[in-house]
Write a protein that binds this ligand. Structure first.
Ligand code: TRP
Length: 470
C-alpha cells in the first residue's frame, strides 16, 4: 500500500501532535491515581521494579506493534483488522480483535469516568478552600461523604461523560488536538512542584525508600497464620497487576493507540514516537509516587488504603502549603484534563467505526457511545454506596472492582498478546519492516524478536501463574 494514504477522519497536523495526543491518552488517572494506590497495596519497590520491566519488555514492543498496525490500516481498529487480514491473507477470526478492543474501551471508560468525576468534584472542593488547614481525619471524612452520595457521584460522572463526548464529537483536529497541546506540559510542571513540596514537608526518605528499594519477599510472599502456624507461599497476583497496569497506563491492548496511529503522518518514526510516549508516561507515574508517598508517611496514613489514596493524601499537602489553595485547585483541574485526554481515546475506536460502517456523523456517534458507557458507569457509582454490601459482590469484589480487574488484568493483556502475535507472526516481515520505516537493521530485528518471542511469552507466563496453573 502506498504511504500517501490518509484516514477519512483526518490526520494529526504533525508527528509532534501525534506524540502529544498519545501522551495525552497514556498519561491519565492511571499514572496519578492508580499507580500510587496499587503500588501501595502491593508493597512498594519490588512491585515498581516488575512494573518497569513490563513497560520495557512488553509495553514498548507492543506499542510499536499497535501503532504500526493502525497506521497501515488507516481505519478504525475493527476495519483496520479487516483490511490487514485481507492484505496478509490471515485467518478471518483475527477480525474479532478489533471488537474485543471496542468492548474493552466501553468497560474501561464506564468506571474511568466515575473516578474522573471525583477529580472534578475535588476541583470545586479545593477551589472553595475546604482543604485549608485540614488534617488527615478531616480529609478522609470529606472523601467518605462524596462516596456516600450516589447523587453527587452520578452528577459528576455525567458531567465528565458529557465533556468527553463533546471533544470526541468535534473530531481529530478540532477536538482532540487542541485539548492536549497546552495541558500536558502544565500537568508536568505541577507534578514537579508537588514533588518539591513532598521533599521539604513530607517524609521523603521513607517515601522514596518505599518506592525504590525493592523487597521481593514482602510483595510476593503471602503469609497466613493458621492454628498458630505461619505458612508462606509465593503469589503471582502482584505480577499480573503490574503487567495489567503496564497495558493500562500506556493505553495498550484495546485499539486506542491503534486508532491514534491511524491518524499519524506517514513519514514519522514509530520507534522514536514510542520511546517519547513511554518515557513521558513513566516519568509522570514516578513523579506522582514521589509526591504522594512522602505525604502518606509523614501523616501516618496507610499506603494500602486503596482507590481513595490520592484523594486522602494530596489535600493534606495542599491544605498545609503556602499557595495551596491555588495549587490544589490547579492540580485537580489538570488531573481532570489528564483524564479527559485519556477518556477520549477510549471511545475513539468505537466512534470511528460507527462513522465508517454506519454512516453516522461524529456527533450522534459520540453521543451513542458515550451514553452506553455512562449507563455501565452507574454500576461503578453504586459500588461505593448502595451496592457496596456483600450481597452485591461477586468473588468478593464490587462491580467497580470487577470491571477494573476484568479489563486491566485480563482483557488488556489478552488484547495486547493478540496484537503482538498479529504483528510478529501474521504480518509479513516486509509489511512490518516497511511500515516501521527504520530499515532492516538492529533496531528492527530487536523489535521483531521481542514482539515474537519475549512479550507474548511473558504475558502468557504471568497469566498462567496468576490463575495458579504454574
Ligand atoms: N492510559 C490511561 C491512563 O493511564 C487510560 C487509558 C486511556 C487507557 N486509553 C486507554 C487504558 C486504552 C487502556 C486502554 O489513565
Amino acid at each position: 500500500m502506498p504511504d500517501t494514504r490518509g484516514s477519512i477522519h483526518g490526520q494529526w497536523s504533525s508527528r509532534f501532535v501525534f506524540i502529544l495526543a498519545a501522551v495525552g491518552s497514556a498519561v491519565g488517572l492511571g499514572n496519578i491515581w492508580k499507580f500510587p494506590y496499587i503500588t501501595g497495596e502491593n508493597g512498594g519497590g519490588a512491585f515498581v521494579v516488575v512494573y518497569l520491566v513490563c513497560i520495557a519488555l512488553i509495553g514498548v514492543p507492543i506499542m510499536m506493534a499497535e501503532i504500526l498496525i493502525g497506521r497501515r490500516g488507516r481505519r478504525s481498529p475493527i476495519n483496520t483488522m479487516r483490511a490487514l487480514v485481507a492484505e496478509e491473507k490471515a485467518h478471518p477470526a483475527w477480525r474479532w480483535l478489533g471488537w474485543l478492543g471496542v468492548v474493552t474501551g466501553f468497560l474501561i471508560l464506564s468506571y474511568y469516568s466515575v473516578v474522573a468525576g471525583w477529580a472534578l468534584a475535588y476541583v470545586f472542593r479545593a477551589g472553595a478552600g475546604l482543604f485549608t488547614g485540614a488534617d488527615a481525619g478531616a480529609v478522609s471524612t470529606l472523601f467518605g461523604a462524596l462516596l456516600d452520595s450516589p447523587e453527587s457521584m452520578l452528577a459528576w460522572h455525567t458531567i465528565f461523560m458529557v465533556m468527553t463526548m463533546a471533544v470526541v464529537a468535534r473530531g481529530v483536529r478540532g477536538g482532540l488536538e487542541r485539548a492536549v497541546t497546552l495541558l500536558m506540559p502544565a500537568l508536568f510542571v505541577l507534578l514537579v512542584i508537588l514533588v518539591f513540596y513532598a521533599l521539604y514537608e513530607g517524609d521523603f526518605a521513607r517515601g522514596a525508600a518505599f518506592l525504590f528499594s525493592p523487597d521481593f519477599d514482602k510483595v510476593f510472599q503471602h503469609c497466613e497464620v493458621e492454628a498458630g502456624v505461619k505458612s508462606c507461599r509465593f503469589s503471582g497476583e502482584p505480577l499480573l497487576i503490574a503487567l495489567g497496569h503496564a497495558f493500562f497506563t500506556l493505553s495498550l491492548g484495546m485499539g486506542a493507540i491503534m486508532v491514534y496511529g491511524s491518524y499519524m503522518p506517514g513519514n514519522a518514526s514509530i520507534a522514536r514516537a514510542t520511546l517519547t510516549i513511554v518515557v513521558a508516561d513513566t516519568v509522570a507515574a514516578l513523579l506522582a509516587g514521589l509526591a504522594i508517598f512522602p505525604i502518606v508517611f509523614a501523616n501516618g496514613l496507610e499506603p494500602a488504603s486503596g482507590p481513595g489514596l490520592i484523594f486522602q493524601t494530596l489535600p493534606i499537602a495542599f491544605g498545609a502549603m503556602t499557595g495551596g489553595h491555588l495549587f490544589g485547585t490547579l492540580f485537580f483541574v489538570l488531573l481532570v484534563f489528564a483524564a479527559w485526554t485519556s477518556a477520549i481515546s477510549l471511545i475513539e475506536p468505537a466512534v470511528a467505526w460507527l462513522v465508517e460502517n454506519r454512516g453516522m456523523a461524529r456527533v450522534p456517534a459520540a453521543l451513542a457511545v458515550g451514553a452506553t458507557a455512562w449507563v455501565l458507569g452507574i454500576g461503578s457509582v453504586l459500588s461505593f454506596n448502595l451496592w457496596s454490601g456483600e450481597s452485591f459482590q461477586l468473588f468478593g469484589k464490587t462491580w467497580f472492582d470487577l470491571i477494573d480487574y476484568l479489563t486491566a488484568n485480563i482483557l488488556l493483556p489478552l488484547g495486547g498478546l493478540l496484537i503482538a502475535l498479529f504483528a510478529g507472526w501474521v504480518m509479513s516481515r516486509a509489511s512490518s519492516c516497511s511500515e516501521l520505516r527504520m530499515g532492516d537493521g538492529v533496531g528492527y530485528r530487536t523489535w521483531r524478536f521481542l514482539v515474537r518471542y519475549v512479550s507474548p511469552w511473558l504475558v502468557v507466563i504471568v497469566f498462567l501463574n496468576a490463575i495458579g496453573l504454574i
